[in-house]
Ligand binder design. Sequence first.
Ligand code: MTE
Length: 316
Amino acid sequence: MSKLRLTKIPASEITPFSVYLKRREFLTGAAAGLGMAVMAGKTALAEPLQSTKSDYVLDEKLTPLKDITTYNNFYEFGLNKSDPVNLSGGFKPKPWAIEVDGMVNKPGTFDIETLIKDFPLEERVYRMRCVEAWSMVIPWDGFQLSHLLDRVEPLASAKYVVFETVVRPSQMPGQSGLFQSLNWPYIEGLRLDEARHPLTLLAVGLYGETLPNQNGAPIRLVVPWKYGFKGIKSIVRITLTDKQPLNTWKATNSQEYGFYANVNPEVDHPRWSQASERRIGEGGFFGANRRPTLPFNGYADQVASLYSGMDLKVNY
Ligand code: MTE
């Protein structure tokens, strides 16, 4: 089993590498003649971000920017993996504010630009594991969700955090067609202690630039020890509550998707095994790009204690 190295390192050691990779991937993407939407997303919308601090690094090869931005799920734009990049060009992520309400002392509406100034951005390289048994290694730029939660002062009675994606049928073709794949808005939730965990990020960029539309612009959740569907995109509201929220995928099919969604190689999805994963962007014949899936996606040392005493087969 590959060992995860999760250490604190100074920004100076990692930023030049990611900047180098970013340039390289951009050039590679341009040379490969990516679709207009990708190029428009990169050139017209992406802006450099100042990620001043870098706390976490993962000792694995980064997934190329081209793969991260052209192969993913964002049902508001369609069901296919290429729909998000191809159909999100008309989405307007600026200006943007997040409303934080519910069981808090200081509810408020927070402008993203202001949050980015208030909470210095960090670059964090996280392994990401999709429930569909593929994975990526992504250099996110973001700030800890805990900073925003501290600002609104959750009440002692608050136990859960609910997240909500924007509803904008005019800019999101998957929300406006006759066939509706999911009930909108897309909803996700975390227990308050999971939300406050230092690994839990609100990401506003990747590879040192603002998030492309297809990856959840302008702000999305990143919880690296959980399956990818917990990473809700384009967030407009965060609500503190004392009841476990019903997240979108559990509401859609509770046999297959739960509330916790912790990466667990021992609990199979009803239709496929979760024991191994395909690393996107790594070629390889005869399954050479498959690797074993790690408990909690390799972050067990950091997060397993959150679930002590819980049956993780029941709470999947
Ligand atoms: N957020 C919204 N609003 N709508 C979605 O359809 N899909 C989820 C998650 N967040 C989704 C979403 C799923 S299933 C995955 S695997 C990740 O986004 C994939 O996107 P990423 O590769 O950019 O993390």
